[in-house]
Design a protein around this ligand. Structure first.
Ligand code: NAD
Ligand code: ZN
Length: 688
């Protein structure tokens, strides 16, 4: 630094001005990214890039001693701008300081005991219970003001709506969607929602909804991670233990006793911490819920609180981020992958490398903006890693040889492409409305399990059939027997698989109105909405397709925008023709007995686990229970009526939990006898 000049003029040196400029640039970029991330559930840069910029900014701030007020290093989250009502938090919510070093965790603990848990990657929610009932649920927002989502929280799959403790209880936890559920949802949903890139995105979009029917369909799970306050009526009796304790771990146990699913955690100390971190690492591969690291919390409550907070972080906890293993490789190709939504997304294909135990050769580049940022050219040396040890990503382009050509025509239909800017993110789209790619997806959706259920018709097969011009509209799928020669000639299609395919197509032609409605891929009409709409129209197809917007909005879970889109879909002449042609090919089952049956399970909540003998699968049993007014949740809580499990002796966590809470465990037969169920669903068809 130019010391004399600095002293003389008392002005900033050239270098200092430059540093400030660098800080401002980073602040702008980070704030733009944070706004997209928190407010719109979008990612305009990979997390690793965000974290790198953040660390650079923090280093510049430390060096210059200047922290600008707009800096993300002193702010939590982002101000929320949704249509949801807002509310100030009673207890300000902070972020967490982070490290990638196990040694730092160990030093942080010193001689104290700690609680180590997953850092869940969803949406943080604060819940308030009063008089034993859920009174309020608010998102973290910017830490001071969050969005009120109480009605949505009520339909979280595993949340107790009523708890034994009758005082005021405030707790925090994370709403998450599991990877398996995310994949299931992504394979089913229509274009509107297909933009969700990962479970965190989907969860944020699902929880911050005005319509809780959508939240419900998404099977959101809540994992409690902190007790904030327990006070008021009946406190001494019901919560004595938790009031007296000085242990965070005890508080979590108490929350579990109240029926909450608590984040998986372990006690640890400065000596065992690296083993404990290893244990979590070993669970990563099979972990079904998204997490982006671990959280270490000092167990001693009083001591932890005495440490206080920085402007952004509590000093009693520290987040641990995985040191994502990076490997260098060579970019071989950018594959352009067209989708049903019309988006054409770049995928990087590189020389295979070993990462966290598996071989990886492709990574999504997400969109044109990221492609440009990385300046990807064929033959470039790139560094790849698995984000959170799971999703392959490009961390850095070391050679930046320049940008690959962005295709001017759609790789699937040859139609013109266009670059569109959606909230500062550039994406490539196919402009051809009748693009084959868009059709392939709607065909795949049409034949999928919960839709027409044509087994053996994979996306690849459909692509070939369409590519050969054998199929041009949905109804053609019912006539693929005419193309025996062509189909059996196709790679991977023998006589046997052809026969199977024809049989499954035949079976699919006898179907239900629910399946047909769902199979059409109408925006926002998922399976649950299709079910309620059909039920409301007595499963009569003529009525279903002629429902007016004003009738639709009367239906539980259908809002005005959905209703408009629905009516517009059926008013479209092209769609009318498509449906008319399909109707010539199918017959409808009688209204399923169970669906017409009495609502004998009203207010009952079942949990199903293990394999079933009478029902095709758990989904089938779940459908039956729901059709008779009951609920099926994925975890046992104090609200569970019975746990249905054919193996009462098994030591599964659900069985243990049921025993702990005194919830009865019954077999499938017990269940059928007790409720006089003498039908079961095979492929959705009632049989004796
Ligand atoms: N890609 C982008 O554009 C972009 C933009 C902004 C932020 N980000 C990512 O978000 C990160 C910062 O996010 P943040 O400030 O929202 O959260 P954070 O990473 O600081 O995490 C802290 C939060 O984790 C939650 N949490 C989850 N499990 C927990 C547990 N078991 N115990 C305690 N707390 C738990 C709590 O709500 C807590 O407030 C960045 O590191 C970056 O990776 C990415
Ligand atoms: Zn196209």
């Amino acid at each position: 630094m130019n010391q004399p000049e600095h002293q003389e003029t008392n002005r900033l040196t050239h270098q200092e001005v430059q540093k400030l400029q660098e800080m401002k640039e980073r602040i702008d970029l980070l704030n733009q990214a944070a706004k997209a991330y928190y407010q719109e559930s979008r990612e305009i840069m990979p997390n690793i890039e965000y974290d790198r910029l953040y660390d650079e900014l923090a280093a510049l701030e430390a060096e210059t001693g200047v922290v600008l007020s707009s800096s993300p290093t002193v702010k939590v989250g982002y101000e929320v701008l949704s249509d949801l009502p807002k509310e100030a938090h009673e207890f300000r919510m902070l972020s967490l300081d982070k490290t990638k070093e196990v040694d730092t965790l160990s030093a942080f603990l010193g001689d104290k005991a700690g609680v180590l848990s997953w850092k869940l990657d969803g949406l943080t929610i604060v819940l308030t219970y009063e008089g034993g009932r859920l009174a309020k649920a608010v998102t973290r927002g910017n830490g001071e003001i969050g969005e009120v989502i109480t009605n949505n929280a009520r339909v979280f799959a595993n949340l107790p709506l009523e708890i034994p403790f009758k005082g005021k209880l405030v707790l925090r936890g994370e709403a998450v969607i599991t990877y398996s559920e995310f994949e299931k949802i992504n394979s089913q949903i229509s274009e509107v929602q297909a933009k969700y890139k990962n479970p965190r995105n989907l969860c944020s979009g699902s929880v911050r909804q005005l319509n809780n029917q959508i939240t419900k369909e998404r099977n959101v799970q809540f994992f409690a991670f902190a007790l904030v306050q327990a006070s008021g009526a009946g406190t001494a009796a019901a919560a004595g233990k938790v009031l007296r304790t000085n242990s965070r771990n005890d508080q979590l146990d108490w929350l579990a006793d109240q029926g909450f699913q608590v984040v998986a955690h372990r006690m640890t100390d400065g000596k065992t911490i690296s083993e404990d971190v290893e244990w979590f690492a070993s669970q990563m591969e099979t972990n079904d819920f998204p997490s982006d690291g671990l959280v270490l919390l000092i167990d001693d409550i009083q001591y932890g609180e005495s440490l206080g907070n920085t402007s952004k972080f509590p000093r009693d906890s520290l987040a641990f981020k995985w040191r994502d293993e990076r490997k260098e490789t060579i970019l071989q190709e950018i594959e352009w992958s067209a989708s049903r939504t019309g988006l054409i997304n770049p995928v990087a294909i590189f020389e295979p490398v070993e990462l966290e135990g598996t071989t990886v050769s492709r990574a999504s580049v997400h969109n044109i903006s990221i492609l440009r940022q990385l300046e990807l050219g064929i033959g470039d040396a790139i560094e790849v890693y698995k984000a959170n040890m799971i999703i392959p990503q490009i961390a850095e382009n070391l050679t930046r040889s320049g940008l690959v050509a962005i295709p001017e025509v759609c790789p699937v239909c040859g139609g013109h492409t266009a670059i569109k800017s959606e909230n500062q993110v550039e994406v490539l789209v196919c402009t051809n409305d009748s693009c084959l790619a868009k059709q392939i997806k709607s065909f795949t959706h049409f034949v999928s399990r919960d839709a027409m259920n044509m087994e053996g018709l994979s996306e690849a097969t459909i692509e070939k059939l369409i590519g050969k011009g054998l199929i041009t509209e949905l109804a053609d799928l019912f006539h693929i027997e005419h193309f025996k020669t062509e189909i059996t000639e196709m790679e991977g299609f023998g006589e046997k698989s052809f026969a199977k395919l024809i049989a499954s197509v035949k079976k699919a032609s006898h179907t239900t109105t629910v399946r047909l409605l769902y199979s059409l891929g109408i925006p926002n009409i998922g399976l649950a909405n299709a079910k309620t709409i059909c039920k409301n129209a007595d499963y009569d197809w003529q009525r279903i397709q002629n429902l007016l917007p004003e009738e639709l909005v009367e239906i539980d879970g259908v809002g005005p925008i959905m209703a408009e889109a629905y009516a517009r879909f059926f008013a479209d002449e092209k769609n009318q023709q498509i449906i008319e042609d399909v109707l010539k090919e199918i017959t409808f089952e009688e209204v399923p007995v169970s669906e017409a049956g009495e609502q004998i399970f009203t207010d009952m909540v079942f949990v199903i686990t293990g394999s079933l003998e009478h029902f095709e699968n758990r989904e089938a049993l779940k459908a039956l229970i729901e059709s008779k007014g009951g609920k099926v949740t994925s975890s046992v809580t104090s609200k569970t009526t019975s746990l249905i499990n054919n193996d009462a002796l098994s030591n599964s966590s659900k069985n243990k939990k049921a025993k702990e809470l005194g919830i009865e465990i019954i077999t499938e037969e017990d269940f059928m006898k007790r409720y006089e169920i003498n039908i079961s669903f095979k492929d959705g068809t009632p049989i004796e």
